[in-house]
Design a protein around this ligand. Structure first.
Ligand SMILES: [Zn+2]
Length: 541
């Protein structure tokens, strides 16, 4: 390494530009600013805000981003090299990029002869001139220039000499970073290692990095091995967002390098914000958060333990690859019918409820769970319903009822279809202590209408409800449990600012099952929020 600054690995986020190419991901300017703020707070080095030449939304983003004091990140604007056979200073897209007024300009250029010949349809010399002129233009404007060598690995395989010439053109014209892009995402780790090594040898005084796509499921691995080889710049997107199979998941790259390779990428202590940042960006993107996402997903450290439950409680490090708290996540033991007593004890302890000192209570809880599971309940993924059940049983054992936030007197739902539109109306009657509240809700279906009515009835007494929302609603029909009719199981996931929880309801009737899951979901949310139960212990039925 030629300088100490070059030995530190730089994290370059492209969620707002390349990541937003993902199907179904559409961020408003407001969303983009909030996502950028989250990434800045996490502590990435560069946030690429977008392509100001490609749409007015990105242009507006840069205008507004310029007003914000960024704590850790520098902003980059992205654009292509100048058009063929035109001077750089007369190119309207380069002008737009200049006006975005970012400290970093990332220029994407062709590095594969096939693309120069067939897509660009210009001479190979002209492509080199396009790269050099564009880099020189921005270096002359005192911008830091990152050169994104598009399709670099395919280009290298087709014509190594020309691919390196493209990098040299950018380097000689003032680019300080060469990002080798695996644009088609098909390169495997051993090829990444070989090519990165060659490029590092050819450009020892420049920052060399990678931009990997995940089409062969190797984007994170490719990024890690590139750094292992000496690359000091990694591009990727939050939660692996991106077109087709996505970009490298920046969070997995950061966690891997910090926890397993002793790189210091984020400011001290910020790694623990990884899971909450991942979730926040998923919410802004309005995309379901993948429970299986490495490091940050809700199942990333969940074990269906069975006989191993007590062993896991004793030595958690024996059953997970890193300490989940380091990335702001936590471990879970999944409760299941097969698991038995030790599993239930461990699960309860995880929730802060000690059942081990009260064998009688532990037996009652276990019996209740077995009975419920026999009727079709599934607590494995419904932690919140499990916790409420344990608390109810414990309360009963202590000669009182567990305090509740509301009691249902009754509800009525009307389902209507007219002129091709579905509309449901729900009337919910609740008892809140000695107060009786009736509320009406409307929705596109009966469950939505019930949710609306329940919220309306409770909103005045529990302002905490405003931050609790529904994330997911799953219905499964279980057969073979009842001889004459099928049983419906509803799994409902709710969330607040700090995380999400799942509840379960079971009934012959889908609306009843949904109500059960809904009521548990709201109750648990209020418990989490520390809302005082207005129905005192002992008064509930
Ligand atoms: Zn890309």
């Amino acid at each position: 390494m030629s300088s100490p600054a070059l030995s530190r690995v730089e994290i370059y986020d492209t969620t707002l530009r390349d990541g937003s190419q993902q199907v179904g991901l559409d961020l408003t300017v407001e969303d983009k600013l909030r996502a950028a703020a989250a990434l800045d707070a996490l502590g990435v080095d560069v946030v690429e805000g977008g392509w100001p030449g490609s749409n007015p939304k990105d242009k507006e983003f840069f205008a507004r981003a310029a007003e914000i004091p960024w704590r850790n990140a520098q902003l980059a604007a992205f654009g292509a090299t100048r058009r063929p056979n035109r001077p750089a200073d007369g190119d309207p897209d380069l002008q737009t990029l200049l006006v975005a007024n970012t400290p970093i300009v990332t220029l994407v250029g062709k590095a594969w002869t096939l693309h120069v010949d067939e897509a660009l349809r210009t001479s190979r010399e002209e492509n080199l001139a396009m790269i050099a002129d564009s880099a020189r233009f921005f270096a002359g404007e005192h911008r830091r220039v990152v050169f994104d060598a598009e399709h670099f690995f395919d280009g290298y395989a087709a014509d190594r000499g020309y691919a390196l010439d493209c990098l040299a053109a950018a380097a000689e014209a003032g680019a300080d970073t060469l990002a080798l892009c695996d644009t088609n995402g098909g390169t495997l780790p051993d090829d990444i290692v070989r090519v990165v090594r060659d490029v590092l040898g050819a450009f020892p005084s420049l920052r060399v990095g990678v931009h990997c796509h995940n089409d062969s499921a190797c984007a994170v691995a490719n990024s890690l091995v590139a750094v292992g080889e000496g690359a000091t710049h990694v591009q990727g997107a939050a939660n692996g967002y991106g077109e087709r199979c996505g970009n490298a998941d920046l969070f997995a790259v950061i966690a891997g390098l910090e926890l397993k390779r002793e790189h210091e990428l984020l400011p001290p202590g910020r790694l623990a914000a990884l899971a909450s940042t991942a979730r926040e960006i998923a919410e802004l993107a309005n995309l379901p958060f993948d429970a299986k996402q490495p490091y940050v997903g809700s199942s990333a450290f969940a074990t269906k333990a069975g006989l191993h439950a007590s062993a896991i409680a004793r030595r958690p490090d024996a059953y997970s690859h890193v300490d989940p708290s380091k990335v702001g996540n936590r471990s879970h033991v999944l409760v299941s019918e097969l698991a038995g007593r030790s599993n239930v004890l461990v699960k309860a302890a995880e929730l802060g409820l000690d059942l081990s000192s009260d064998p009688e209570l532990a037996t009652s809880v276990l019996e209740e769970i077995k009975d419920a599971e026999h009727r079709g309940y599934a607590f494995e993924a419904a932690d919140a319903s499990f916790e409420l059940l344990v608390r109810r049983v414990a309360g009963r054992g202590a000669g009182q009822s567990w305090p509740s936030w509301f009691d249902l007197e009754g509800y009525r739902v009307v389902i209507e279809k007219s002129n091709g539109t579905d509309r449901s109306e729900a009337i919910v009657r609740l008892l809140l202590g000695d107060q009786r509240v009736v509320a009406v809700g409307e929705g596109v279906g009966p469950v939505h209408a019930l949710d609306q009515a329940l919220r309306k009835a409770l909103s005045e007494l529990y302002p905490q409800l405003a931050s609790i929302h529904l994330v997911d609603y799953k219905v499964r029909i279980l057969d073979g449990r009842a001889a004459t009719s099928a049983v419906t199981r509803v799994m409902l996931t709710s969330a607040d600012h700090d995380g999400e929880w799942t509840t379960v309801g079971v009934s012959d009737d889908i609306v009843t099952a949904s109500w059960e899951a809904l009521a548990d979901g709201i109750s648990y949310g209020l418990l989490r929020a520390g809302a005082e139960a207005l129905v005192p212990a002992g008064a509930a039925p």
